[in-house]
Design a protein around this ligand. Structure first.
Ligand code: RAM
Length: 893
């Protein structure tokens, strides 16, 4: 008997690769469960909108989501009841009671009660019924707060200019409820009675300020007290490059009186210890200029001038409904060295975005200078060459009163190394801590495999991805750029969705994109638009349709299609107006940073077709049938034109036959039988010309792995993924990368040489989809129907992935030897799956689950709970299941 691979899998997990947490599956033997039928457990992980902690929702019809566990496999929800109330027990249902609604929906359930009011708290709960009519207990009660719905709810004015603003006020009773609403641009820090509200930093999110400014809402009930109170706001330049504050504090006292403190001419202002702050260049802080107590009541501000009214940004003030930027982690440096006298270099061991926290003791007036970089020169000194004009330099000037701890507020750097100069004496390793700062999207995915290089790639992808989420998806985090380049954003979106909870983040980004659209329908290369053209490369602008579409696919979100349909249509119509002979050909970047670059025109034409198809599908989904027919027809015409224009019957290639040129049409199924040679040409190019290496840029790389896998060449995709010589992801790792690079090449000395650029990370989606086998079933959304199809390629002996979807966790972990395979899957309650287990050349296959036979003598054996059937098709046994956890064991000889 071969040793069970599962025990080996456990041992690998034991050494700390990734938490699988999938074993054991069956706590209760099936017989006992049958005797004692248990209904659904109370719904858990309730969410209003996509939010964990919804504060300041300013939409009329928020949506509700819940997750259900059921003791039985294969169960479904037959009905739900949602109750929304103004009382904290959600007992009254005075705002909405859906009643028992016969529906399997547990996601995207839109509020349909009496109109929500501005600035209130609401409480909600849900219960469900299963297929057999058994009802769950009520969920716990969850709260959501509405924000300020109307412009007229804001009573204050924009004030600003200086960076420290304060106001004192007195309350004549105990506080029952208090909410602070703040839009402080570029960035703000809010303190009430000396205490910082919340844990956001670099807030609010960067937007096109003359279109939309975001405000945060805070529950500050516990911050206030009867008598004297003080509100203090520190402002930074941020991306707004000036300082303006709009603030409102709504207070209800226990005796029922209501009062508001708003930003107005009664505030006082001064310039505090921050004497310079710039995102690229850094922050300078003079602790000698601190004014102790200024954020508390009783501070003598009679010398402070009254605040100035400022124009402020002109955009609509709307709620920021996505995870804010936070200090997500603190890193201890690996080592400290001193390449020159008085110069100390700290190696954090990881490239990330954020800053350093400094601990120092020394004479008053000492100027400690911190500089940041991704690289070192050979002599061990700091190499800032690839930061271009970004200074990435912070200063802290000591006040000289014992130990001082400081970290900046209004800048961030992308770095692995910190250079310290001017330190009084010799710093110790604990003089510096790395503070990891990015949008605090929840990590929801994990991937691991028996081939270590893949785990290394997963690691540099996720570090690169999260540290480039800075309220928008940025291209890089270190040099004088850090822009919302849309090509990079669309390229990495599927990978990001598998690894992080991106729903709220992308909801916001889609609005950011809409904000830059001009009356002609054009979109810009970067969003907000600073760099690149105002008429974006189609491979960049496609971020708009593509990410809307991913949100529809992965989250089952139809609202995003409704909300953006007009914008998408306008964009597609703009493209159509630019078409030549039925094809869009203009291009600025094309298959950016490719090794063998295909003509930009074919890339643009590909995205034109892709965008039109998405628009046609979106039209169908939201019931615009005439549009659907119109764009279906347009798509068919583009396909014909594409083959006519780009396919060369003499060579059998599309365009110049580069990998990208042949990959793109294959991905969209453009070739007909006549153009059928493209696939073989692509295969030959990779295998014979390039020995399983890519020559693609960010566009081709995104699709090539999937095209190979879909065409039955997953082995080749795997070979590519495992390479460690140039060009490959493994080459980056072999050269010391801890985040993905901008280029396949290690181009020292070049100004385009970022070492943290997530755009080549698209392969991360392939890890989940192909190696861990986690896919949406074709044509379905929101993981209601799942296709588990792990590719058990070459020498890979196990792989596992899990991702938390809107319906609950979806996971697959498999392990195999020559004669058997184990596949453990987790399918959410109410979902269905097809689990595809390859036969791997094994004969006389028998498949069991929990000791019971499912497949033997080429026949399906019914009877395993949750399993609905199995067939032998295309070299695999395909098992249909309902929700639940299963371990399938395939054996034979
Ligand atoms: C570079 C950016 C980005 C890319 C553009 C075209 O400046 O870093 O990655 O999208 O160029």
């Amino acid at each position: 008997m071969p040793q069970s691979p599962i025990s080996r899998l456990r041992m690998r997990v034991g050494v700390g690769l990734m938490a699988l947490a999938m074993i054991p599956v069956l706590a209760v033997p099936p017989a006992a469960r049958a005797a004692e039928p248990a209904g659904p457990a109370a719904p858990t992980s309730l969410r209003c909108e996509y939010l964990v902690n919804p504060m300041g929702i300013d939409m009329a019809k928020p949506r509700f989501f819940w997750i259900v566990q059921h003791a039985e496999r294969g169960q479904i929800q037959s009905a739900y009841q949602v109750v929304v109330s103004t009382d904290p027990k959600a007992a009254a249902g005075d705002t909405w009671d859906s009643g028992k609604a016969a529906s399997p929906k547990s996601t995207q359930v839109a509020f349909a009660g009496t109109a929500l009011e501005s600035g209130k708290s609401y409480f909600w709960k849900v219960r469900v019924w299963d297929r057999d009519g058994r009802e769950s207990a009520w969920s716990d009660v969850a709260r959501f707060d509405t924000g300020l719905y109307n412009k007229s709810d804001w009573k204050g004015a924009w004030i600003g200019q200086k960076n420290q603003l304060r106001k004192e006020f007195s309350l004549k009773g105990r506080v029952k409820r208090a909410r602070a609403y703040i839009a402080g641009v570029g960035y703000y820090e809010l303190r009430l009675n000396g205490r910082k509200a919340g844990n956001r930093v670099l807030d609010p999110a960067w937007t096109t300020y003359d279109k939309r400014v975001l405000y945060a809402a805070y529950d500050v009930t516990s911050f206030l007290r009867e008598g004297a109170n003080a509100v203090a706001v520190t402002l930074g330049n941020g991306w707004y490059k000036s300082r303006a504050l709009l603030f409102q504090l709504n207070i209800e006292l226990e005796d029922g009186t209501a009062t508001s403190i708003v930003s107005d001419a009664t505030w006082k202002a001064a310039d505090g210890p921050i004497f310079e702050d710039s995102i690229y260049d850094g922050e300078s802080y003079d602790a000698r200029r601190e004014m102790p107590g200024w954020e508390r009541p009783g501070f003598d501000d009679k010398d402070w001038p009254a605040v100035e009214a400022v124009k402020g940004p002109t955009g609509v003030v709307s709620a920021q409904l996505m995870p804010a930027i936070q200090v997500v982690d603190t890193i201890v440096p690996l080592k400290m060295s001193s390449p020159l006298p008085g110069v100390f270099i700290f190696d954090m061991g990881q490239n990330f975005s954020g800053w350093a926290r400094l601990r120092v003791e020394g004479p008053r007036g000492t100027d400690v200078r911190l500089r940041f970089a991704e690289l070192l020169f050979d002599d061990g000194t700091l190499n800032q060459d690839n930061l271009r004009s970004a200074q990435a330099e912070d200063h802290y000037i000591l006040k000289g009163e014992g130990e001082e701890t400081w970290e900046p507020r209004f800048t961030y750097h992308g770095f692995r190394y910190v250079e310290v100069k001017g330190f009084p004496g010799t710093p110790k390793l604990d003089s510096i801590r790395g503070r990891v700062v990015h949008s605090a999207v929840e990590p929801i995915g994990s991937f691991a495999a028996s081939k270590d290089i893949l785990n290394g790639i997963q690691r540099i992808i996720t570090w690169g991805q999260k540290t480039n989420l800075h309220s928008i998806p940025t291209d890089c985090n270190q040099r004088d750029e850090r822009m919302g380049w849309m090509g990079d954003a669309q390229g990495t979106a599927e990978e990001a969705i598998m690894n992080f909870d991106m729903a709220a983040f992308y909801t916001n980004f889609m609005r950011d994109i809409r904000d830059v659209q001009d009356e002609k329908g054009r979109l810009s290369d970067t969003v907000p638009h600073i760099w690149g053209g105002e008429n974006a490369d189609p491979a960049w602008a496609t971020a708009y349709p593509l990410i809307c579409w991913y949100m529809y696919q992965y989250y089952g979100d139809t609202r995003v299609l409704e909300e953006h349909y007009d914008g998408l249509k306008k964009y597609v119509e703009f493209l159509r107006s630019k078409a030549e002979n039925g094809l869009v050909k203009f291009s600025s970047y094309g298959d950016w940073v490719a090794i063998e670059k295909c003509p930009g025109a074919i890339v643009s034409s590909f995205y034109y077709l892709y965008d039109v198809r998405i628009l046609a599908d979106a039209a169908r989904i939201i019931g615009k049938t005439a549009d659907a027919a119109l764009y279906d027809k347009l798509a068919a015409d583009i396909r014909t034109a594409f083959n006519r224009e780009y396919y060369d019957p003499k060579t059998g290639d599309y365009a110049d036959g580069t990998q990208t040129a042949n990959t793109l049409p294959l991905f969209l199924g453009i070739p007909t039988e006549k153009e059928g040679s493209a696939w073989g040409r692509l295969f030959d190019d990779i295998v014979y010309k390039h020995n399983a290496h890519l020559t693609t840029g960010i566009v081709g790389t995104k699709y090539i792995m999937e095209v190979l896998t879909q065409s039955g060449a997953a082995d080749l995709a795997y070979d590519i993924a495992c390479k460690t010589d140039f060009p490959s992801w493994g080459y980056m790792i072999a050269s010391g990368a801890t985040t993905l690079w901008e280029l396949w090449q290690n181009r020292e000395g070049s100004s385009m040489n970022s070492h943290n650029h997530p755009m080549f990370g698209s392969v991360g989606a392939w890890f989940y989809k192909a190696l861990a086998g986690i896919n949406l079933a074709p044509g379905t959304t929101g993981f209601e129907k799942i296709l588990i199809q792990p590719q058990m390629v070459r020498d890979l002996t196990h792989a596992s992935g899990s991702t938390r979807t809107v319906r609950g966790e979806v996971a697959c972990a498999w392990a195999r030897t020559e004669l058997d395979a184990h596949v453990e899957v987790t399918i959410p309650f109410g979902s269905q799956a097809e689990v595809v287990i390859p036969k791997l050349g094994i004969r006389n296959i028998k498949i069991t689950e929990g000791g019971q036979t499912i497949w033997a003598s080429d026949t399906y054996a019914a009877g395993v709970a949750g399993v609905l059937g199995a067939v032998d098709k295309d070299g695999a046994i395909r098992i249909q299941t309902g929700g639940g956890r299963y371990i399938f064991v395939l054996e034979g000889n």
